[in-house]
Design a protein around this ligand. Structure first.
Ligand code: TTP
Ligand code: MG
Length: 360
């Protein structure tokens, strides 16, 4: 049996609007939205003040103005949102190597191996929320659960600026009363089909039984039945934008010669091996690289083709890097480059097809 996982889902509160309010705090108390300002414009999002008027994402701007004539509609500034998003994702990277951004404002983080706060995912999530607010200036909500399906539902539970934890012991009580609309992949049409058969909450689906669900709904029935038990074994997979997996160490004293580098390289290599293991064996690599930073802060990288992390190959690259400058070394890095974005995408598809274990 695999170790019980701890997954956090982070979702920023009214993301684009939050960035606008950060940059102009006088907007905080007003109803604001971000999106198309023209006659045929559509809103991307709005702040929570505007939501009290019934305004929502994807609503035509003209319609929103009728609901709230004082609404201030700001044009989108994508580059600013993108920068805020990058800062948030970088913060998440301090807690785990396993981060899967789903969009600019949300991500899954697998913190099963994170030792902070004695491994308390709740405390880790609170720390993430505090750090993002302090460093990026916007609030995020968090869901903490044993899998992705539940973590995502949980992050929405106490929005805005809230957290919801579903412990493994709470899973079955939580899902039993969960409306079917909350299940990943259930849109309006499927929800209506389920309602017509008297299926409103997950417990109704469980009571129907797997065979009948599959007879009525095909593969979808199988999917619904599994998720209704709160079971979801999908792994947190690396982001598509991720290009490499690497480790680097700055040493308290500079290494005077290559002999000293060689000794410390073993430690860096074993940290890399651990990180690669956590990333998972399905990820494919095509290059090794090393990074060396010298005492004067100049640095160099050397890379070569290769698919499997190999100590001798890394040593050869380090020797090459050292030979370029022959100066005391303060930092050593080693890494593997991912094959291509497409491969990670294939990996994600593969994961969706993985059979989910059902506890009967
Ligand atoms: P969401 O996370 O769906 O919404 P949100 O962050 O604005 O609000 P919430 O507090 O409910 O999470 O989307 C993130 C951003 O994506 C959002 O700020 C704007 C953009 N977006 C659109 O451009 N169009 C859309 O229809 C939606 C839903 C979002
Ligand atoms: Mg959001």
């Amino acid at each position: 049996m695999d170790k019980q996982r701890k997954i956090i889902h982070i979702d920023c509160d009214c993301f684009y609007a939050a960035v606008e309010m950060r940059d102009n705090p006088s907007l905080r108390s007003k109803p604001i939205a971000v999106g198309g300002t023209g006659r045929r414009g559509v809103l991307s999002t709005c702040n929570y003040v505007a939501r009290h008027f019934g305004i929502r994402s994807a609503m035509p701007t003209a319609w929103a103005m009728r609901l709230c004539p004082d609404l201030e509609v700001l044009p989108t500034r994508m580059s600013v949102y993108r920068e805020a998003s990058e800062a948030i994702m970088a913060i998440l990277g301090r807690y785990s190597d396993l981060i899967q951004p789903l969009s600019l404002d949300e991500a899954f983080i697998d913190v099963t191996d994170c030792d902070l706060y004695r491994g308390s995912a709740t405390w880790i999530a609170e720390d993430i929320r505090r750090t993002v607010e302090a460093e990026v200036g916007i609030t995020v909500s968090a869901g903490v659960a044993p899998n992705k399906f539940l973590a995502k539902i949980a992050s929405d539970w106490n929005k805005p600026n809230g957290i919801k934890v579903i412990t493994p012991e709470q899973v079955s009580a939580f899902v039993s009363v969960l409306p079917v609309e909350k299940i990943h992949g259930v849109g309006r049409v499927t929800a209506e089909r389920l309602h017509r058969r008297g299926l409103y909450v997950c417990q109704d689906i469980i009571d129907k039984g797997l065979r009948e669900m599959v007879e009525r709904f095909g593969a979808m029935g199988d999917h619904l039945f599994r998720l209704s038990h709160g079971i979801d074994d999908r792994r947190v997979s690396l982001s598509r934008s991720r290009k490499s997996v690497s480790v680097e160490r700055t040493f308290s004293e500079d290494m005077a010669d290559f002999g000293a580098c060689r000794k410390n390289a073993l430690m860096v290599f074993s940290a890399l091996e651990q990180r690669l293991e956590r990333v998972g064996k399905h990820t494919q690599y095509h290059k090794f690289f090393v990074k060396m930073r010298f005492s004067d802060f100049t640095q160099t990288t050397v890379e070569t083709l290769g698919q499997v992390a190999d100590l001798n190959q890394f040593m050869a690259l380090l020797e090459e890097a050292w030979a370029r400058q022959r100066k005391p070394v303060r930092l050593l890095g080693m890494g593997m480059r991912l094959k291509s974005d497409q491969n990670v995408q294939q990996l994600e598809l593969f994961e969706h097809r993985q059979p989910l274990a059902i506890a009967m």
